[in-house]
Structures are given as structure tokens and as C-alpha cells.
Design a protein around this ligand. Structure first.
Ligand code: HPA
Length: 284
């Protein structure tokens, strides 16, 4: 099943299952990245569905990804929150790991808020910073791994979707305004997606800087492509969990532990920002 293409019937089967297990029709979808799972605790009166129970859902097996769908209320909105996500490096196909986005769209979500933990490439960034994603570089996609590869059903989206404004300019302006009001520093930058799971070599980091990336990670871009294809508007936020290593230094290395630890600093900031954005979302 891992590399099969999925059809509208598969998406509908998953969506129907979820509909039968929740009281809510969500307006907003949220994907929580590595170490950010506890953000789902902000959701009130939740219906919780483990991914294992949902037909076709990819199940994350890495630490820091709970693997549950939390559907409830947040700042007056009905939200569907992915508490953890599956990654390409776990062995899932691009089509499979983006299936939840298609399903959340089918459930009624028109806005996708996507988060991740990312390595900081921009030398002005620090661990614990939030970065508003202004654009992305789909480095693995450029080499062929696009989640839209395969037969296209025109009822679901266009064969050649535009990506010139993948990250909604209105939502970005709103996020910046909210951050300013909260006196919460919010960086802006370009996110580059690699396959992982190995972290980058110093030479690769220098290359990623040269091509214009500010943060690097192993997720998000496939989901954003499918969301835009489906007609959803997207807000993307990276939490800088570690600074990329540009020169080999004895005793210095990137680890998943530091990524998860940074989550503890990032979560309260991200919660304030997302709550603020949701409070003002109907004004945009
Ligand atoms: N590189 C790639 N992915 C990541 C990193 C990193 O340094 N930090 C968190 N996700």
C-alpha cells in the first residue's frame, strides 16, 4: 500500500470515519510539528481519534509525534489538529503522507496552519525563534518527489497548480500584526524541505544558504502543496529548534533531542501567536 496512489474514494472513506467520530465540522486545520504536540492541549472539548483507527492514515513512529487527531474548539473556531505527522523518511510515499491534508479539506477546513521544528540557516536566527514562512524551496520535489505526482482528478484540483503565493499574504500580514501586538519576535524567511532523516553536512548547509533558504526541515512542503492544490489558504510557522552547523566542530552535532527540547520553549510562544491569529481570523 505504501506507494500506491490514493483516490477520492480513499479520502472519502477516511473523512466519513472521522465524521462519525466527532461532533464538529472543522473550519481550520492545524498540523503540529516535532516537539509541538502539547499545543493540542489548548483545544477545548476535544474529540480525539488515534491515527491507527482512521482508514489510510499514515502513522508517525518518531518521538515527539503523538499520532492523534484532536477535533474541538480554539478561540471560537472549530479546529482539527494533527498532533504529530508522518514523514517521508519513515518510508511513506509523498501521496500517502499528504492524505490527511486532503481529508481535512474534505471535512470542511478552508485554512491550514502548518508548523514544524526547523534548523536555522539564517545567521541572525536563534534557537527558540519563530519564523513566519514566506516561501519554500521544494528541494526534494525538484528532484521528482512531488505529492501531486500520479493521475490527477480534476474534481480535486488542477494538474498544474500555481505556487507563486503558497503562503497566504493576508494571513502573513495578520500574523505579523498579532506578533507585534503581543511583543513576540517573529522572523520571516524561506523554508527548504529535504528528505532526511540524516541531518545536513556543513557543505550542504552552506549550499542551502546560497540558494536562499533561512530554515531547513524534513516536512511541511508536501502538505502545503496539497493544501494549495485543494484551494486551502495556508499559514506556515517554523520554530527554530537548532542552528545549522556550517563548519565541522569537535563535539558539536545536530540531534533530535535538541529539536524536542526546543519545543518546550517554542510551544508557549506558538500558542500565543496562534491564539492571536485565530481571534482575528474572521476579520480577514
Ligand atoms: N535539519 C533538518 N531538519 C530539521 C533540523 C535540521 O537542522 N532541525 C529540525 N528539523
Amino acid at each position: 500500500m505504501m506507494n500506491d496512489f490514493f483516490t477520492q474514494e480513499d479520502f472519502a472513506e477516511a473523512a466519513d470515519f472521522i465524521r462519525h467520530h466527532t461532533r464538529y465540522t472543522p473550519d481550520v486545520a492545524l498540523i503540529l510539528g516535532s516537539g509541538l504536540s502539547s499545543l493540542a492541549e489548548a483545544v477545548t472539548n476535544p474529540d480525539v481519534i488515534p491515527y491507527e483507527e482512521i482508514p489510510h492514515f499514515p502513522i508517525p513512529h518518531v518521538e515527539g509525534h503523538a499520532g492523534r487527531l484532536v477535533i474541538g474548539e480554539l478561540e471560537g473556531w472549530k479546529v482539527v489538529v494533527m498532533q504529530g505527522r508522518a514523514h517521508y523518511y519513515e518510508g511513506y510515499s509523498m501521496q500517502h503522507l499528504t492524505l490527511p491534508v486532503r481529508v481535512m479539506h474534505m471535512l470542511g477546513a478552508k485554512t491550514l496552519v502548518v508548523t514544524n521544528a526547523a534548523g536555522g540557516l539564517n545567521p541572525q536566527f536563534q534557537v527558540g525563534d519563530l519564523m513566519l514562512i514566506t516561501d519554500h524551496i521544494n528541494l526534494i520535489g525538484m528532484a521528482g518527489l512531488n505529492p501531486l505526482r500520479g493521475p490527477n482528478d480534476p474534481a480535486l484540483g488542477p494538474r498544474f497548480p500555481d505556487m507563486s503565493q503558497a503562503y497566504d499574504p493576508v494571513l502573513r500580514t495578520l500574523a505579523l500584526r498579532v506578533a507585534e501586538k503581543l511583543e513576540l519576535p517573529l522572523r520571516e524567511g524561506v523554508y527548504v524541505c529535504l528528505a532526511g532523516p540524516s541531518f545536513e553536512t556543513p557543505a550542504e548547509i552552506r549550499f542551502l544558504r546560497v540558494i536562499g533558504a533561512d530554515a531547513v526541515g524534513m516536512s511541511t512542503v508536501p502538505e502545503v502543496i496539497v493544501a494549495r492544490y485543494s484551494g486551502m489558504r495556508v499559514l506556515g510557522i517554523s520554530g527554530i529548534s537548532n542552528m545549522a552547523i556550517t563548519e565541522p566542530v569537535e563535539g558539536k552535532q545536530a540531534t533530535h533531542v535538541e529539536v524536542l527540547e526546543a519545543g518546550r520553549v517554542l510551544v508557549p510562544r506558538l500558542i500565543s501567536l496562534l491564539r492571536g491569529v485565530l481571534r482575528e481570523l474572521d476579520a480577514v
